[in-house]
Design a protein around this ligand. Structure first.
Ligand SMILES: *[C@@H]1O[C@H](CO)[C@@H](O)[C@H](O)[C@H]1NC(C)=O
Ligand SMILES: *[C@@H]1O[C@H](CO)[C@@H](O)[C@H](O)[C@H]1NC(C)=O
Ligand SMILES: *[C@@H]1O[C@H](CO)[C@@H](O)[C@H](O)[C@H]1NC(C)=O
Ligand SMILES: *[C@@H]1O[C@H](CO)[C@@H](O)[C@H](O)[C@H]1NC(C)=O
Ligand SMILES: *[C@@H]1O[C@H](CO)[C@@H](O)[C@H](O)[C@H]1NC(C)=O
Ligand SMILES: *[C@@H]1O[C@H](CO)[C@@H](O)[C@H](O)[C@H]1NC(C)=O
Length: 383
C-alpha cells in the first residue's frame, strides 16, 4: 500500500493539472468568442452609422431609432456596465443623437506640404486658353477661391493682382499658379484689380483697393500682391504670410536671377493684415512706373520691421516678356518721393484711400474688380 501512495498522489496532481489546463483553454476560447462578437457588433454599428450619414447627410434625423440603440452600445462599451447597457433595447434618443455630427476638425496643414515638387519648368510658348485652364482646375470655386480639403490652412490668403489689358498674361498666371497654390495647401481667393480708363497706371493704389475689396468678401489675414507677369519657378516658395513682411520675387530671370539691389521689394510681396495696417498700407500717390515698391520698403523698415525672403535658389521667377505698357511711363517724381516716406506715410495710405467701385464680376478662376481710381494731380509747372 505504501508503495502505491506516491503514485496516486502524482496521478491526482496530473489530473488536476489537466483539468486546470482545460478550464484555462475554455476561458481563453470564451474570451476569443466574446472578442469576436464584440468586433462583429462594432463593425456592424460602424457601417450602419457610416451608411446613415453618407446616404442622407442633410437629413436632420427623422428616424434614427434603429441607429440609436447601437449608439448606446458604442458609447457604453468602455464602461464597467458594458454588457448591461448592451442589452438596453429601449432607447430614449439623446439630444446629441439628433444632431448631424459636426465634421471632424481637420489637422493643421503641414509646414512644408508633401505634395510639393520643387523646381518647375515654366514656359510661355504654348497656346493658352481660358477653357483649358478651367478644365485643369475644376476644384477652384467661383471667383477663384480654394480651400484645402484635407487640412486646415494656417492663413487665409487674398491674392491681389493689379491689372490692365493683360488678359493673355493672366491665362499663364492662372495656368501655373492655381496648381502650385493647391499643392502648397493655401486657403485663398484671387482678386484682379482692374484700373478702368486710360489714365496713368497706379499699381500701389490698386493694391490698396484689392486689400479693401477682398476684406469685404472674407476675413483674410494675409495678403499677397503679385504682378500678373511673374511666375514662380519653384513651388517651395510658399504663398502665405510670415513673421515679417515677405518679399517672394527675389531672383527674376530679367535681373539675372539676383536681387537687383538690397532694398528691392518689387514683383511679388506679402504682408499679414497686421503688418499691412502697421505701415498704413501702400502709398496712393505714385502714378506711373516705379518707386512705389521702394516706398513700401521704407514703410516697413521705418516701422521697425524687416523684410523676410526665401532662399535665393527657391525665390526664382520667370517674367513674361512684353513691351512696356502704355500709360505706365516711368514716374519722374519717384526719386524725390521715396526720400519723403517718413513724412508722407501716416497721411497717405490705406487710411486715405478713395476710389469708385464700378463692378465686381466672379469668374470661375478669379474675381474681376473694376475701379476708377482717378488721375495724377497736375504737374507743378517748372520754369
Ligand atoms: C434624404 O432625406 C430626404 C428627406 O428626409 C429625402 O427626401 C431624400 O430622398 C433622402 N435622400 C437619400 C439619398 O436617402
Ligand atoms: C421609423 O422606423 C420605424 C421602424 O424602423 C418605422 O415603423 C417608422 O415608420 C419610421 N418612421 C419614419 C418617420 O420613417
Ligand atoms: C451599473 O449598473 C447598475 C445597475 O444597472 C447601476 O446601478 C450602476 O450605476 C451602473 N454602474 C455604472 C458605472 O454605470
Ligand atoms: C449608457 O447606458 C445608460 C443605460 O444603461 C444610459 O442611461 C446612458 O445614457 C448611456 N451612455 C451614453 C453615453 O449613451
Ligand atoms: C478635385 O477634388 C476631388 C475630390 O476632392 C479629387 O478627387 C480630384 O482629384 C480633384 N481634382 C483636382 C484636379 O485636383
Ligand atoms: C475685368 O472687367 C473689365 C471691365 O468689364 C474688363 O475690361 C477686363 O477685361 C476684365 N478683366 C478680366 C481679367 O476679366
Amino acid at each position: 500500500m505504501h508503495q502505491v501512495g506516491p503514485g496516486r498522489q502524482a496521478m491526482t496532481r496530473l489530473m488536476l493539472g489537466r483539468t486546470l489546463e482545460r478550464i484555462c483553454k475554455a476561458v481563453l476560447l470564451l474570451c476569443l468568442i466574446h472578442f469576436l462578437i464584440m468586433m462583429i457588433l462594432y463593425f456592424d454599428v460602424y457601417s450602419q452609422r457610416f451608411d446613415l450619414f453618407r446616404r442622407n447627410g442633410s437629413r436632420t434625423n427623422t428616424n434614427v431609432s434603429a441607429g440609436t440603440a447601437h449608439h448606446y452600445f458604442l458609447y457604453n462599451v468602455t464602461r464597467a456596465n458594458a454588457t448591461a447597457a448592451c442589452l438596453t433595447t429601449s432607447p430614449s434618443p439623446q439630444p446629441e443623437d439628433q444632431q448631424t455630427p459636426s465634421p471632424k476638425p481637420l489637422p493643421p496643414c503641414p509646414e512644408s506640404p508633401p505634395g510639393l515638387v520643387g523646381r518647375l519648368l515654366i514656359e510661355f510658348s504654348s497656346l493658352m486658353t481660358m477653357e483649358r485652364v478651367q478644365k485643369e482646375n475644376p476644384n477652384v470655386t467661383n471667383g477663384g477661391r480654394y480651400t484645402p480639403p484635407d487640412c486646415r490652412a494656417r492663413w487665409k490668403v487674398a491674392i491681389i493682382i493689379p491689372f490692365r489689358h493683360r488678359e493673355n498674361h493672366l491665362k499663364y498666371w492662372l495656368h501655373y499658379l492655381h496648381p502650385i497654390l493647391r499643392r502648397q495647401k493655401i486657403d485663398y481667393g484671387l482678386y484682379i484689380i482692374n484700373q478702368l480708363g486710360e489714365e496713368t497706371f497706379n499699381r500701389a493704389k490698386l493694391l490698396n483697393v484689392g486689400y479693401s475689396e477682398a476684406l469685404k468678401d472674407s476675413e483674410y489675414d494675409c495678403f499677397i500682391f503679385s504682378d500678373v507677369d511673374l511666375i514662380p519657378m519653384d513651388d517651395r516658395n510658399i504663398y502665405h504670410c510670415y513673421d515679417q513682411p515677405r518679399h517672394f520675387a527675389i531672383a527674376m530671370d530679367k535681373f539675372g536671377f539676383r536681387l537687383p539691389y538690397a532694398g528691392y521689394f518689387g514683383g511679388v510681396s506679402g504682408l499679414s493684415k497686421k503688418q499691412f495696417l502697421k505701415i498704413n498700407g501702400f502709398p496712393n500717390e505714385y502714378w506711373g512706373w516705379g518707386g512705389e515698391d521702394d516706398d513700401i520698403y521704407n514703410r516697413i523698415t521705418l516701422n521697425g520691421m524687416k523684410v523676410s525672403r526665401p532662399d535665393v535658389r527657391i525665390g526664382r521667377y520667370r517674367m513674361i516678356k512684353h513691351e512696356r505698357d502704355k500709360h505706365n511711363e516711368p514716374n519722374p517724381q519717384r526719386f524725390n518721393k521715396i526720400q519723403n516716406t517718413k513724412n508722407t506715410m501716416r497721411k497717405d495710405g490705406i487710411s486715405s484711400l478713395s476710389y469708385r467701385l464700378v463692378h465686381v464680376r466672379r469668374f470661375p478662376l478669379y474675381t474681376n474688380i473694376s475701379v476708377e481710381i482717378g488721375k495724377p494731380p497736375p504737374r507743378p509747372f517748372k520754369g
